[in-house]
Ligand binder design. Structure first.
Ligand SMILES: C[S@@+](CC[C@H](N)C(=O)[O-])C[C@H]1O[C@@H](n2cnc3c(N)ncnc32)[C@H](O)[C@@H]1O
Length: 508
């Protein structure tokens, strides 16, 4: 048995791979029949693929037509939730105890778990992901089982895209689920540990890792408990962040919620993170937080980082009112259209009212053990379009902050350059000067910043050759302004331009 596929606390009704040989044989069959990311896309087309992203099978079914070959059967079985004749997927016979269940008709089988090819265009992570069969397809929804193991979701993909992909020694995938984050981490981390409270998740993720050839150490347990005393260069997680009313242990939907009050899970993870981060290590989270009546949300969020000693960078990407939030997650639990929907809705509203929660923020957090005497905190709302993957923005953030915090004389002597920025001008047609000059990033967060003529000229001239001081002096001369006044006026926005990555500090 491959060392990497051993899962402690494995179970949840599924076995782990019994040997590397078993995995190699299964992988060989999947490749032979073309059940790969490219193979499935070629067979069901963009429309079929887009349909599956919406949990709708019809476009893919149309693309498959009457085909009854092994690839069509695998797609029907694992992607479209159909029963297929057992002889069309005989290559799954050796692992039938894990992947197949009896179908409705004699001689037919259905999927016992979900097995999907995976391929990321962002960093090339690829292989197969094993999770539980989706409870809702084509708008037919079954209630979700508490130990349900979620497959690759939009949240999984967004987290994968915000993670910094620089090589690191060690990484922790906290709440691994189907193991998709680990497939990415294994490409740039020397050692990856993946943990989950749900033993079934650990087992299914061990199949994902083994099939995808990723060396992962798995452990089962609550939050950081399985890695007590261990530190990591990078921790990633989209934890079970749903702010839901308390439920009994048997009813808690582990894939999405805990029994922390409000957003206590986030507070706990951030409070514990410093004990598990190596020097310069970072934790990156995709999560939710409460918007509490009468409390500025940025202050409340900053409070979670207070005392951790970590630099804190949070971006709110979306905010929902309590009604939209509750409706979204009641539908996710399969309660829409059931008798339980309205009582659950009312209970959830009472819970939020008791906690003073008037909305829920959703977004990205990166906290870093930067070792500053005064940790740097940046919290902002950026609900606009971004260019994914944005991992590079987080990867450059620490150096950007360093560059923005230097004393004035060091800033004036520095030679940053304006990168990936376009200028937009707006004003009356035919007017001599534009009314507005806006610099817009063409990568990453696609931020935009309004500048005046002098600041625009300074930024435009910074190309890594001339120092900030030289450029300000030249622009002052050009605009007939006092150089000292211009320096005083422009240094604060220049610091912002560095922190927000319009300007890149000189290397080294
Ligand atoms: C939203 S899913 C994320 C899964 C996966 N990381 C991804 O990107 O798709 C959250 C995961 O956290 C796990 N989880 C729930 N409570 C936990 C806890 N107290 N400690 C560790 N993991 C937990 C769930 O079982 C689930 O797999």
């Amino acid at each position: 048995m491959q060392e990497s596929v051993r899962a402690s606390g494995a179970g949840g009704g599924v076995r782990t791979p019994s040997s590397a040989q078993e995995v190699a044989v299964l992988r060989g069959h999947l490749e032979r029949v073309g059940y790969t990311a490219d193979g499935v896309l070629a067979r069901i087309g963009e429309d079929g693929q887009e349909g599956l992203l919406r949990n709708v099978t019809v476009p893919a079914l149309h693309a498959l037509g009457e085909a009854r070959d092994e690839l069509a059967a695998a797609i029907r079985l694992f992607c479209l939730g159909q029963d297929v004749p057992a002889d069309q997927v005989s290559f799954l016979e050796p692992v039938a105890d894990v992947f197949l269940a009896p179908g409705a008709a004699p001689g037919h089988v259905k999927a016992a778990v979900d097995l999907r090819p995976y391929g990321s265009p962002d960093d090339g992570a690829s292989g197969w992901v094993v999770s539980d069969v989706m409870p809702s397809l084509d708008f037919v929804t079954a209630p979700t089982h508490p130990s349900y193991v979620l497959g690759v979701s939009p949240a999984s993909s967004t987290l994968a895209q915000m993670v910094m992909r620089a090589p690191v020694g060690s990484a922790l995938d906290l709440g691994t689920g189907c193991g998709v984050q680990s497939l990415h981490l294994a490409r740039h981390a020397g050692h990856v540990v993946a943990t989950d409270l749900n033993p079934r998740a650990v087992t299914l993720a061990s199949w994902s890792a083994a099939l995808s050839g990723a060396e992962i150490e798995f452990a089962c347990g609550d939050l950081f408990a399985p890695v007590a005393g261990r530190r990591f260069d990078l921790i990633v997680s989209n934890p079970p962040f749903v702010l839901s009313p308390p439920s009994s242990e048997e009813d808690t939907l582990t894939y999405r919620e805990t029994n922390f009050r409000g957003d206590g899970l986030l507070a706990t993870i951030l409070a514990d993170a410093p004990r598990h981060l190596a020097p310069s290590g970072s934790i990156q989270l995709l999560t939710n937080w409460a918007i509490v009546d009468g409390q500025p949300w940025e202050e409340r969020l900053a409070g979670f980082a207070q005392g951790t000693g970590l630099d804190f960078f949070a971006i709110e990407r979306e905010r929902l009112d309590v009604y939209s939030y509750i409706e979204m997650w009641l539908a996710d639990a399969g309660l829409a259209g059931t008798a339980g929907w309205r009582p659950a809705y009312e209970r959830w509203l009472r819970y939020f009212a008791d906690l003073g929660i008037v909305g829920v923020g959703m977004g990205w957090i990166c906290a870093t053990a930067a070792g500053r005497a005064t940790p740097h905190v940046r919290i902002e709302s950026w609900p606009h379009a971004v260019q994914q993957p944005v991992g590079e923005v987080f990867a450059r953030h620490r150096a950007a902050v360093d560059a923005a915090l230097v004393p004035d004389d060091v800033l004036l002597a520095s030679r940053p350059s304006l990168v990936d920025v376009r200028e937009e001008t707006m004003g009356q047609p035919g007017a001599a000067d534009p009314e507005y000059l806006v610099l817009r990033q063409s990568r990453g967060l696609l931020r935009a910043m309004q500048v005046d003529t002098a600041f625009g000229a300074v930024l435009g001239a910074l190309d890594g050759e001339l120092s900030v001081g030289q450029v300000i002096a030249a622009v002052a001369d050009l605009l007939d302004e006092d150089p000292a006044d211009l320096r005083t006026r422009l240094l604060p926005p220049l610091r912002t331009a560095l922190e927000e990555q319009y300007l890149r500090p000189e290397e080294g």
